[in-house]
Ligand binder design. Structure first.
Ligand SMILES: [Zn+2]
Length: 130
């Protein structure tokens, strides 16, 4: 009768002299990139728009600005002007039956544009849209 011996375990077991540490290799040195002190110039995205008027920090009220026309430090003159939204509010008030309040949007500065003018040379500075 035939008797099959199981396969010797030595075939699957690791060699006695095998030490994983001997196969350990230090990770390759990453090439040291020199630190970039400044980002690469992105001149393509920096476009100075000279066609639009210079940005002036104006608000809904008179603002201290440097007039782009006469280059004087002035306090702007504000003139409220009805815009499309003002008329829309008036129309809306009419539609919902509050026609006595139609004049309200025209009296509220928050519903109108604030046009800033230079008191020195009467130049148009900008419009503040609330
Ligand atoms: Zn001016």
């Amino acid at each position: 009768m035939s008797y099959q011996n199981p396969p010797p375990y030595s075939a699957t077991q690791q060699q006695p002299g095998f030490t994983p540490a001997s196969y350990y290799q230090p990770p390759p040195q990453q090439p040291l990139y020199p630190p970039m002190p400044q980002p690469p110039p992105q001149q393509s995205t920096v476009i100075i728009q000279t066609t639009t008027p210079a940005f002036v920090p104006i608000g809904s009220g008179p603002s201290h600005i440097t007039c782009p026309s006469c280059h004087a430090q002035v306090l702007t003159t504000v003139k409220s002007e009805a815009n499309t939204r003002t008329h829309c509010w008036a129309l809306l008030l009419c539609l919902i039956g509050l026609w006595p309040c139609v004049c309200l949007p025209y009296c509220m500065d928050s519903c109108q544009n604030s046009n800033h003018y230079c008191p020195n040379c009467n130049a148009y500075i900008g419009t503040y849209q609330s």
